[in-house]
Design a protein around this ligand. Sequence first.
Ligand code: FMN
Length: 181
Amino acid sequence: MEKVAVDYEKMYYGFPAILISFYDVNGTPNVTTISSSYTLRDMVALGFNSKGYAVNQIKAVKDFVINVPDRTLSTAVEFCGTHTGYEQSKFDSLELTPVKSPNVNAPAIKECPITIECTLTEAYEREPFKGIINVVAQIKGRYVAKHLLDENGRLELSGLDNIIYAGDGKVRGFRYLQASV
Ligand SMILES: Cc1cc2nc3c(=O)[nH]c(=O)nc-3n(C[C@H](O)[C@H](O)[C@H](O)COP(=O)(O)O)c2cc1C
């Protein structure tokens, strides 16, 4: 395969867009979009721009929920990723419903088919990557919509329609796990 060297400032080679919901220090629910995440067993790691409202609230309140949206929520994903919680509770502008979580003090989003309860264990910002906060968290609970479960209660992979974010810093956009619906 012949390749060309490129000098993009970013290479997002396809990551699931997720919605991070939390109660801020005043108890108001809010939400933001990220695509920087990975998980291994009961650990999840997330990458945030250090100036954002969500990450600075989560550093204080510790609990949050990872909500995995499907393509029907693409507009909300874009909205939460282009507006800041410093100015508003984004739930007020969206048809998303924050609901209490059993194991953490953070709201889950009713309309998202997969939700994961988390508690922050570590947040750090270090040279040479100043401006980026890595959040490491412990998973406290996982929930999956019934239509995504097979008869054994395992994930029905063919039903997933996650939003995949890809781009090179200038070109950016969404792809979907399902070829069509
Ligand atoms: C698809 C998408 C993916 C994004 N991924 C990230 C990310 O991984 N980390 C991050 O800090 N911001 C990411 N952003 C940008 C934030 O969502 C954006 O800066 C937002 O306004 C921050 O809101 P807040 O100030 O309420 O936290 C993403 C935005 C979009 C639309």
